[in-house]
Ligand binder design. Sequence first.
Ligand code: SF4
Ligand code: SF4
Length: 142
Amino acid sequence: MTAPFYAQGLRFECTGCGKCCRSRNDKSSWVYVTLEERRRLARHFKLSTSAFTRRYCEKAHGFFHLRDPSSDCLFLEGARCTVYAARPGQCRTFPFWRENMSKRVWEGSVARECEGVGRGRLWTREDIELRLEDERKRDSQC
Ligand code: SF4
Ligand code: SF4
């Protein structure tokens, strides 16, 4: 089996610029939220899960996502996530998403989108594959 392009690791460190939380007016801006993530966010706001879901979420094709993806994330203030400790898994695992893990995409659209790519901490292959596994588990809960 051929080694993945990230076999020697990849550098990434979030600068907190907030760009990935802003609308790109396409489906890549949608923030999906599993039941467990809605529960965690509801606790953050001291709401019931159903009240949180009614207030902050919409459902499309059977999956909940945060409301109004045509605008910047409703929890973004300036460049800051106001629900950081309770943010959804999708936000925690970016940019190590399966669809980003080819050399072409990582060095192309991901590097253009995210100024943290190529700087700071070296993520080893094992670190990256743990992230990808977290993402896979999360997808199975959507
Ligand atoms: S675009 Fe990249 S560097 Fe900026 S906040 Fe998002 S993950 Fe961090
Ligand atoms: S929940 Fe926080 S980290 Fe996730 S997109 Fe919204 S502002 Fe960004």
